[in-house]
Design a protein around this ligand. Structure first.
Ligand code: ADP
Ligand code: ZN
Ligand code: ZN
Length: 744
């Protein structure tokens, strides 16, 4: 008898062999199966069959039950998931864990169970209604069923006014019985269920905008590329009409009966975005994001995998959605950091989108005003097609050039300089909105004693506690530890405790003092906790003017604020002198995204950036020549220091409660790496992590650097083999990050 091979979410990177379920036909690949594992039961996915195994026969256990009658994934999609597991060196079971909705992981049926139905018995069919004279209501029910001819669910009958008591009355007389439905479980919609039959023939529900010349040229190129693998960068300033190009390209694919996957950043999926897609098409558009309930997610997933959803609009994990008739993938704001999953199964959804498109032989469209250096390098080398939108359609208001405002030697009030206030006064007086971006939550990042210099630090991390006002507390943003505010300095008792620097709460307080009559609408993770909060704030923004919109990067992404005429970044210095080669790229992207918020409608805008380094040549270049000019410089720098995208990285991280445990493991690991390495890979480290102590644990890291991917991945394979069997590794929590983005 053959054995079945099962993928399980365990740390071991291999499949597990089981005897098939006794008395049942062999399962298809891609069916869920319940198996015993150690002393518990797990749900896995059948990945194949083998004739024999190395294990002694008596150690092989039998699978307990198959949970699906048809596969959940096509072979092609399974190949994609297997490729992900091998590229990221992750157990396939972990990849499946991300790919399957929670309810399916927990063993729930793909389809909600069908409800039992009331049916006439043979006797019920023959009995004349008149014999029930003394129970007129039961008689009416009997007549209804006899004439309705069909079985009915209890809900349907009750909706018609027939009560449970009447049903039970007829049941006691053996006139009706409750029938369990035969289970009917359609699997993957192959061949595709046509999009719901009642849908109108026309894909379009509204007339599309008339494209301006650049958009038209872009669409023409896209149409030529629509049937084969073609990675394309669509670079266009905010408001240049990228979304309109997406919509018209999507339309072409929907008309061919294809499905389209659109990935958007974590906080970019607002009800407005969804609405814009729904309004355009007479086809089902489903959302997929982390704020959905498990049931909503399963419903969306199912309609995608059955080919009923035409457009899936989702955040990074939507890249795993099975779409049997996929024709196009779009990654909007492709530079956005939220496409990289930073914990557990680490992956970069944008890279996966390109990989998936290649495998499916379809186009993949990456859109951004500020493309990542990775994508830009590919466009520059010709590997990706490079399309530009340089104009803003409509009233002809272009993106304003950011002005640097040097704040060296200037007094700051809650983060604001006097000249900045002056500019704000002007825009507010004109009845417009002003946008203030400050990438720091809380009241102040530091609480300090002016008497002795004591600073509130986290007990568990090498980090300062952020002072929050509402509610009052000290909060560590790295380990989530909270403490009450001290009433006096714990070190010298008499010194005065003062805030250093400003977060959004402090900026808000400052603004309310200075502009008591103007609404200040704050958007950050403390004031916007869910999609409802966000919708409320966005409604408020649509109504109030003049108004000040204050917030973290949440404010810089994706939204249209047509009445903002002044956008300002309170502090641009963060990326300038960081040791992280990526910091300047991130700062530049943020600055340009902020600038893109100003003057989007007919109104001319102004952008002011406060900095202590207005003479920094990179900042100057960014403001005068624009993002692309700076980005190409940064790419050259990356090439000179031989850093991604011109080289490849992998990061091994380890942490444990005790320093010695981590140090020991990392030393052995580096030794192994040196032994196994054939010089194609450079070891950077091991070194303590930039924040050595976090959450009460000690962290170290080893960065591997190589010019070619192949030797890097070969070395990692060997190192993981060693780690998985080394006794030292058991005391330490370790993780692997391929193509890491946060090194510092
Ligand atoms: P992006 O996605 O690049 O930020 P959008 O597609 O959202 O740009 O377009 C910005 C604004 O310009 C929207 O209000 C949109 O309706 C409008 N717009 C886009 N294309 C056109 C066009 N061809 N003619 C007129 N208005 C347009
Ligand atoms: Zn003190
Ligand atoms: Zn902490």
């Amino acid at each position: 008898m053959p054995l079945i091979q099962v993928a399980l979410a365990t740390p071991l990177r291999r499949l597990f062999d089981y005897w098939p379920v006794a008395g049942e036909p062999l399962p298809a690949i891609g069916v869920r199966v319940k198996v015993p594992f150690g002393n518990r039961q797990m749900i896995g996915l059948v990945m194949g069959q083998v004739a024999a195994t190395e294990l002694p026969t008596h150690r092989i256990k039998a699978a307990l039950a198959y949970l699906d009658t048809k596969p959940l994934f096509t072979q092609q999609h399974l190949d994609f998931l297997c490729w992900i597991a091998s590229y990221y060196h992750q157990p396939l079971g972990d990849v499946l864990n991300v790919a399957l909705p929670a309810l399916l992981r927990q063993g729930q049926a793909l389809h909600p169970p069908l409800e039992p139905r009331w049916e006439l018995t043979q006797l019920g069919k023959q009995t004349a209604v008149a014999t029930l004279q003394r129970a007129p209501r039961q008689a009416a029910l009997l007549e209804f069923l006899q004439h309705g001819g069909q079985s009915k669910t209890q809900k349907a009958l009750q909706a018609q006014g027939y009560s449970l008591a009447m049903l039970q009355g007829l049941q006691t007389k053996n006139l009706i019985e409750l029938q369990k439905p035969a289970s009917k479980t359609p699997g993957i919609g192959l061949p595709l269920l046509p999009l719901d039959e009642h849908l109108p023939n026309s894909v379009l529900a509204e007339v599309p905008l008339k494209l301006i010349k650049e958009q038209q040229q872009a669409i023409e190129v896209l149409m030529e590329k629509r049937a084969t693998f073609s990675p394309i960068l669509l670079q266009g300033v905010t408001g240049s009409g990228k979304t309109e190009v997406y919509l018209q390209f999507i339309q072409a694919l929907l008309e061919e009966g294809k499905q389209v996957l659109v990935l958007i950043p974590e906080i970019g999926l607002t009800p407005q975005t969804l609405l814009r897609f729904e309004q355009r098409f007479n086809r089902r558009v489903v959302a997929m994001h982390s704020a959905m309930t498990d049931k909503e997610r399963l419903d969306a997933w199912r309609s995608a995998m059955q080919g009923r959803a035409a457009v899936v609009l989702g955040t990074r994990s939507a890249i795993f959605t099975p779409l049997p008739n996929l024709g196009l993938i779009i990654v909007d704001e492709e530079h956005d950091a939220s496409f990289k999953q930073q914990d557990r199964m680490r992956y970069q959804a944008r890279d996966l989108a390109v990989m998936r498109a290649k495998q499916e032989n379809i186009p993949v469209l990456l859109g951004s005003a500020t493309p990542s250096l990775e994508t830009l390098a590919k466009a520059k080398s010709g590997a990706y097609l490079w399309l530009h939108l340089r104009q803003r359609p409509g009233a002809g208001v272009q993106v304003p050039e950011p002005k640097l405002l040097d704040i060296r030697n200037r007094k700051l009030i809650g983060g604001f300089s006097e000249p900045l206030f002056f500019a704000m006064d002007k825009h507010l007086k004109a009845g417009n909105q002003v946008l203030v971006l400050l990438n720091r939550r809380g009241f102040a990042p530091v609480l300090m004693c002016t008497g002795c210099g004591w600073i509130a630090g986290c007990l568990h991390c090498d980090a300062r506690m952020t002072w929050h006002r509402e509610p009052p507390k000290l909060h560590c943003h790295h380990c989530d530890q909270k403490q009450p505010l001290p009433s006096q300095c714990p070190q010298c008792v008499e010194g005065e405790l003062k805030p250093l620097g400003a977060g959004t709460e402090r900026a808000e307080e400052t603004l309310l003092e200075r502009y008591p009559d103007i609404p200040v609408i704050r958007l950050d993770r403390d004031s916007v906790r869910n999609r409802n909060d966000l919708a409320t704030k966005l409604d408020q923004i649509a109504l109030e003017r003049p108004a000040i919109l204050l917030g973290t990067q949440m404010l810089a992404k994706g939204h249209h604020f047509p009445d903002v005429t002044l956008a300002t970044l309170l502090n641009a210095d963060h990326g300038l002198y960081s040791s992280d080669p990526r910091a300047m790229e991130r700062t530049a992207q943020l600055l340009i995204q902020v600038a893109g918020r100003a003057g989007r409608a007919e109104k001319l805008g102004e952008v002011i950036v406060q900095t202590h380094h207005s003479d920094d040549p990179r900042l100057e270049k960014l403001c005068v020549e624009g993002y692309e000019a700076l980005a190409l410089d940064l790419l050259e720098e990356r090439q000179q220091i031989n850093w991604p995208p011109y080289a490849h990285l992998a990061m091994l991280r380890a942490e444990a409660p005790r320093t010695e445990q981590v140090e020991m493991l990392m030393r052995l690991l580096a030794e192994q790496a040196n032994l196994m390495n054939q010089e194609a890979v450079t070891l950077l480290g091991p070194v303590p992590a930039p924040m050595e102590r976090r959450q009460g644990r000690y962290h170290m890291q080893l960065l591997l650097h190589a010019n070619q991917r192949a030797p890097l991945h070969r070395l990692i394979d060997r190192l993981l083999g060693w780690l998985e069997t080394s006794p030292e590794a058991r005391k330490v929590r370790w993780s692997l990050d391929i193509d890491p983005e946060d090194l510092f």
